[in-house]
Write a protein that binds this ligand. Sequence first.
Ligand code: PMP
Length: 461
Amino acid sequence: MKRIDNHLPTADLQRLDAAHHLHPFTNGAELAEKGARVITRADGVMLTDSEGVEILDGMAGLWCVNLGYGRKELAEVAAAQMAQLPYYNTFFQTTHPPVVALSARIAELAPGNLNHVFFAGSGSEANDTNIRLVRHYWALKGKPEKKTVISRKNAYHGSSMGSGSLGGMAGMHAQGGMPIPDITHIDQPYWYGEGGDMDPAEFGLARARALEAEIDRIGEDKVAAFIAEPIQGAGAVIIPPETYWPEIQRICDERDILLIADEVICGFGRTGNWFGSQTLGIRPDIMTIAKGLSSGYQPIGGSVLSDEVAEVISSDEFAHGYTYSGHPVACAVALENLRLLEEEKVIEHVRDTAAPYLAQKWREIGDHPMVGEARIIGMMGALEMSPDKANRAPFKAEKGTVGLRCRERCFANGLVMRHVGDTMIISPPLIMTPADIDLLFERVVKSLDETLAGLKSDGLW
Ligand code: PMP
């Protein structure tokens, strides 16, 4: 296959990048000063930068490269599909083989009677679809006033006006006029940060019952749906107490509220099942999917609907769609990705090998003097850093200072790890071997040690 090697020297790339490229979620002035890290290739779990330095990708890109980098099969399928039918749409009563095959395959994999897919180009678009979809669903059922969507603080559902409004990120809501009307947010099931003196089980129930209280406040006849990630990802890998989801399910069932599980991160193996809903015992009416659907090799997302929801939506023209809904190349690549995940037993690998080993290592990291809590489920985990574990206390320095320092140490030690405030998070490719996990562990511990030494020498510990 043709190789693309002829890039400019790093300094030139950084200069042009600073001059012409606006980065997502980035302070451009700060970045321009230091210059972006340039990634030029990747293979398996390793990235290589423009200076030839290898970096272990502890985040699978943005939680998406489930199958790992460098899979020629996906490149070949993309090239073949581009040659045969690079684009056609699915508006106006047309379809094409890749979108048909992918829809049928998702219906097979999705739990329960989630058998119908509306495609989008990303998770954000799919969640925008969901807002319009649930409101239209209730309107078709003669209840147009049932349109409020309840979400959670510190949720992440995307960056467009609709999906960013569904999200509960205060920093995002501070810019650009979000949230849009008829979206509200309840408190999250974040025991480490907000549980106080309650035990986790009690706290999980209390946070689930906040949904019931919110439905009562708004009025059941005005609430369309509740949306949540089975495990909050960008919020800092928040694994709810075991009491949480069963109670949420009970409330949605009893109160005639649609339940949307945002599986953009949890889907396609990350928690050791095809979907996080299966791991956590959730029965959603709609699932949002993206990321791992194509292992990030092509931009594609979608909303997976139950028979009941799809039947109502199909009874009318849903005046909604994207140019790239069901893009043939993205669908062909996603289908091949799903084939490889199945054929290579990647989900079984997560469940039986990688996740148990990672969990064992994570428990060991929990004993590090910097770590207040080490939580993990499947292939996603968090380290809460604290100077006082017993009290789950924050640092003296401004929130995020220690997290940023730690992330910098990780980078210097050849590891991509993300920080949310002073919480370090990982979400590596699912194909990690025990040897990869050993290397990850070694680099995490080294980075924590160096962060601690730095805090001590700067009088911040
Ligand atoms: N939902 C969740 C749970 C996500 O984590 C993300 C992305 N991190 C999105 C939606 C948005 O997806 P995208 O960035 O593809 O629009």
